[in-house]
Design a protein around this ligand. Sequence first.
Ligand SMILES: Nc1ncnc2c1ncn2[C@@H]1O[C@H](COP(=O)(O)OP(=O)(O)OP(=O)(O)O)[C@@H](O)[C@H]1O
Length: 824
Amino acid sequence: MAKKKTTTKSKPKKVKTPRKPINLKLSRQQQIILGSFLFFLGIALFFSFVSYLFTWKVDQSVLTDITNRETPTANWLSKFGAGVSNFFIYKGFGVSAFIIAILLAISGVYYFFDYAKARLRQFWFWGILVMLWLSIFFGFFHQKNDLLGGRVGYEINDYLQDYLGLIGTSFIMVFLAIAYAVIRLKLTPDKVGVFFKSTKDQLSDEFTKTVTDASTTTSDTEMPVTDNASEISEIDTETATVNDQTSTKSTFEMNVENLQPTIGKKKKPNVVDPPMEVSAPDPELEITPKVGDELAIEIKPATEEKEVKKNLSDKLVKDFGEFDPRLELGNYKFPPIDLLKDYTGGQGITINQEELEENKNKIVETLNNYKIGIANIKATVGPTVTLYEIVPDAGVRISKIKNLEDDIALSLSALGIRIIAPIPGKGTIGIEVPNKNPRIVSMRSAVASRKFQEAEMELPLTLGKTISNETFVVDLAKMPHLLMAGATGQGKSVGLNAILASLLYKKHPAEVKFVLVDPKKVELTLFNKIERHYLAKLPDTEEAIITDNSKVINTLNSLCIEMDARYDMLKDAMCRNIKEYNAKFKARKLNPNNGHKFLPYIVLVVDEFADLIMTSGKEVETPIARLAQLARAIGIHLIIATQRPSVNVITGIIKANFPARIAFRVTSKIDSRTILDTSGADQLIGRGDMLYTQGNDVVRIQCAFVDTPEVERIVEYIGGQKAYPDAHLLPEYIGEESGTSLDIDASDRDKLFREAAEVLIIAQQGSASLLQRKLKLGYNRAGRLIDQLEAAGIVGPFEGSKARQVLISDMAALDQLLNNEKNE
Ligand SMILES: Nc1ncnc2c1ncn2[C@@H]1O[C@H](COP(=O)(O)OP(=O)(O)OP(=O)(O)O)[C@@H](O)[C@H]1O
């Protein structure tokens, strides 16, 4: 049992681990080197073999001592030549060993010029077969010459003859030769017949034509062909005979050869006599079957035109392979599934027959009390809820059952009863009744499910299990933004963690980046550990996780800048979405020198949206709405969670752009309507019980449970691995307020500017209250002075409750700074 468990554990891990396939393909350089080597090896063997044919007798005697440097050899390639030739020819395949040398040289050429290797494989296959055949064939002549068939040929031939005799062996050899001709040379008796016949016909045609032409021409004997004059006279006499005898075959046969050069040089003999039979086909002549010929047409297969791929991107991909965004963290290991806890102890759902029976009776009874008969009832047991599907008697109005929701709930004395009338696409009415002993759906079971592991999605999320106990997996990229709402303590944070964990289990750090906004300051802090792997932040900020509402505005605006930049890149690359763009970039079709780069998905998670809207209102809503409207194509997706699903938080513009919504339990029907546009979320039982909609159907899901220690283990596992040097940097956004304070003109400075600077430099403390005290100023003037000093670079930026840093160490440095300013 325990063993079994471990195997199921390791399986999904296997699926996830990004293993780089071993690339057996040779690079172009390697191909050229191998090609040259094989070519010269082939040529060397060829020369050795040729030389061996003449020198083998001389070298035979020294073969035993061939490794000795002093041994003299006659072969052109010395000891190497004598040795390999002896091996391949004498001990091997006889003279047919030349085929090996030729094959090696051809292979060299193929590799050198990078021709398709399929043909090369064919060459080797058939080459070796032919070599063996020849070697065995020459084995017949072993008595005459040892070298012809070599040892291999002789032995095989001898062996065959022992069993089959000379005749049997000969038959086999002939059979093999026929088989070769048919398979390799595609020769069939019909073809041979057609070939001979058509050659004959063609020749006869040509001859007829020539002869006819000749007959129509007068005084052709004076044609200006001097060098063939003797031939012409010869032909003339011959053809004269033909004319007389109505073409005797033998006569013409003699003439064909003589005729040809004459025809070629447009000499037209003065003869009219076409009938002829040609029995000497010229293999060089092309066969062009005539239309209407009763013979079979020979079809010349059209040769496939070779595609010329001289594209730069193809060359780059060939030389360097596709761009691999994971390469920088090539050794990154995805978190193993063991980091997650199994809350169910490996058990599935336990069905409590008694409970089912009891609930069924109560439902039937309640409905009967209202005179509603039931034709059929069926139960589907889920992790927390059981769905009773009823088919009412004919004629019962559905709305009547829907109105009885509260009565059924009362009679079942249970919270969280939801009536779905009718169940879309099923023609039944569903009554969801919570189980007495709900079962936790562990994140482990959801992550380990085949559905999640094999999900071919861009950003797969496993949210939990449906009522029929199926793992529910959706693609965030398709949503494309998600709105989550639910009263406090109903499982929102767990849901967010489940979503983040899903992505951590499926996506490499190079492929997805998170921007985490956590006004509650405690929910997402754990993810700090994976800052340099998975988080994105603004340049010059220390913490990647944003807990300060005022900074959220900058981040959102920065994301808008990133969005616009990505759109420009997509436009430039002529792609419609990030998927196409990244595919093109991976295929090296986009030049990084033109600003193109691999674009990771960016997922913005806001844990408490209501808080943000309260503090920043429009300033937050506008960029969020912009992102929600436009960012789907360029891979920025928003997940927004809120405790208070009221209309001033989830405004119309936000709702319109968040078609995918999750509702945990809420306190009122109105809240449920605000999130889902329908009631139902108010009847959930809490603890991860949720409704999910992506526009049309509402699905009830038990959210996967992932506890804080589990998340901690995951982030520690990831955080402990090699990371990028910094978090992913978003484009810089300069807020409006900061801009005004830095633009203060030197001429507009306060009269006390220099004095104030001196006070702060002496005290090395950049505080407005110090100026107030020392220079006896009011708060506003001191504040303005501090702003001017910051603009001049004398004090640092505002640091909350701490005093500002003084950037100038002494008076000399101050003088220098002010002088420099004057000179500018
Ligand atoms: N999917 C779940 N399965 C089982 N129990 C759950 C599940 N989700 C949440 N719970 C239980 O509910 C408790 C509260 O969950 P969670 O902290 O996610 O609520 P919340 O909605 O984020 O609350 P708040 O808004 O106050 O942060 C958890 O501690 C856990 O015991």
